[in-house]
Ligand binder design. Structure first.
Ligand code: ADP
Ligand code: MG
Length: 195
């Protein structure tokens, strides 16, 4: 049973650096459409080197604005189900290469400080591959903790990023792919179409 909250706008960061990253991002967006809610905004896809300087393939990242009925914890559980379905190992070193990484950046104006869930996501203030796409989708967002506009934080630096796919092409791709993807029956029930 999916726990339902009231309607909220969540910003989700998608990242991939394995197994055809661009295709993985599109696949994850299709899962999100089915299991999380309507996608209201998309950023361009940007590419950057791993931020910790490790010798991994480059990362592909984008941010999606999603309207969802899921509570923050239900949203986290759903994103983890999608990561699992897409082959991300459960036990892995933190920040290792991955076919998909799904993080909640913001959930409405909520501030959540649990060990399993921190919102705003702590990396959002200083990671360009997260903050630049987020501001592209919603330029006037403010930090819910301090009220400071997010554009003033150090992560707002495009210099280390390369745009590889425009948001308009991403929308076209999503429309072309038609049916949203559904998780297998062993995962949390879908948001829509429950029997
Ligand atoms: P990162 O996303 O920082 O590269 P991981 O994806 O490996 O690292 O971290 C996953 C852990 O982060 C999960 O156990 C999850 O509970 C926790 N976490 C805390 N806050 C968030 C958030 N806002 N979004 C997603 N995961 C989060
Ligand atoms: Mg993560």
């Amino acid at each position: 049973m999916v726990r339902r909250g009231s309607r909220a706008i969540a910003y989700i960061a998608l990242g991939s650096n394995l197994n055809q990253p661009y295709q993985r991002l599109c696949q994850a967006l299709n899962y999100i459409r089915w299991h999380v809610g309507e996608i209201r905004g998309l950023s361009d896809v940007v590419v950057s080197s791993p931020w910790d300087g490790s010798r991994q393939p480059p990362y592909f990242n984008l941010v999606a604005e999603v309207e969802t009925l899921l509570t923050p914890m239900a949203l986290l559980a759903m994103l983890q189900d999608i990561e699992k379905e897409m082959g991300r190992p459960v036990a892995r070193p933190r920040w290792s290469a991955r076919p998909i990484d799904l993080d909640i950046l913001l959930y409405g104006e909520e501030v959540i400080l649990l060990s399993a869930l921190r919102v705003p996501h702590p990396g959002l203030y200083w990671r360009p591959f997260v903050l630049v796409p987020l501001l592209q989708v919603a330029p006037d967002l403010k930090d819910p903790v301090t009220g400071v506009p997010l554009k003033y934080f150090p992560g707002n630096n495009r210099d280390v990023l390369r745009t590889v796919v425009r948001a308009s092409s991403l929308w076209t791709e999503l429309r072309r792919s038609g049916q949203p993807e559904r998780l297998g029956s062993s995962f949390s029930s879908p948001l829509f179409g429950e029997s």
